[in-house]
Design a protein around this ligand. Structure first.
Ligand SMILES: CC(C)(COP(=O)(O)OP(=O)(O)OC[C@H]1O[C@@H](n2cnc3c(N)ncnc32)[C@H](O)[C@@H]1OP(=O)(O)O)[C@@H](O)C(=O)NCCC(=O)NCCS
Length: 173
């Protein structure tokens, strides 16, 4: 697991770029959430790096509605509606994905996301992303994610887009 300040630095650099253009306070907020999450059971992280150190990461955690009682999760369930909420009842939540601008466009983001989904104990994964035409949206489209519904507001103040991914059954022995 990466230290929280590294997560903050990578996400801040990645999200400052257009089209996200997020202020550094968003990266600080996500790093705070990560600092708490990284000590909890069921958390998984994938890291990409080069000789100079980490250049990207993705992390997420096992998701059970019975444990998701905070206000954000309650609003997520309300906005999704029960049918959609049941599709992610026992699943894996992808929390954050970022690659440094200097290392982007070379496949690291795709590898990180696929490694995280492959490592998950559940075949079903979900995430919330900002509903704009971003490189992340393009990545999700290309790797088999589909729209599940709307969630709590994203950093741009608009309802986030909730996507779901169902892993194909593994074959062979
Ligand atoms: C999304 C992100 C992780 C992609 O990382 P990356 O290493 O550049 O991605 P990859 O090189 O693996 O490219 C994966 C796909 O993303 C898309 N993509 C990457 N860069 C893109 C760009 N500049 N414009 C449009 N699409 C782009 C492409 O569709 C690509 O698929 P392809 O290889 O089949 O063409 C990176 O852009 C990032 O950190 N963005 C800011 C943070 C963010 O939005 N995180 C996700 C929400 S939490």
């Amino acid at each position: 697991m990466l230290p929280a300040d590294t997560v903050e630095q990578i996400y801040a650099a990645a999200s400052a770029q257009a089209p996200l253009s997020e202020p550094a306070s968003v990266a600080a907020m996500y790093a705070g959430l990560y600092a708490r999450a990284r000590t909890e059971p069921g958390v998984t992280m994938a890291i990409a790096g080069d000789e100079d150190g980490p250049v990207g990461f993705a992390y997420g955690h096992d998701w059970h509605w019975s444990e998701a009682t905070d206000p954000w999760s309650t609003q997520l369930r309300q906005r999704l509606g029960e049918d959609a909420a049941q599709q992610i009842a026992e699943s894996f939540a992808v929390n954050l994905l970022a690659v440094l601008p200097a290392a982007s466009g070379m496949g690291a983001g795709r590898r990180l996301l696929e490694a995280l989904v492959d490592a998950a104990t559940s075949d079903t994964a979900w995430l919330q992303t900002t509903d704009i035409d971003s490189p992340a949206r393009q990545l999700y489209r290309r790797t088999g994610w589909r729209t599940l519904g709307r969630g709590p507001d994203a950093p741009n103040g608009k309802p986030g887009l909730v996507l779901i991914h169902v892993r194909k059954p593994r074959t062979g022995c």
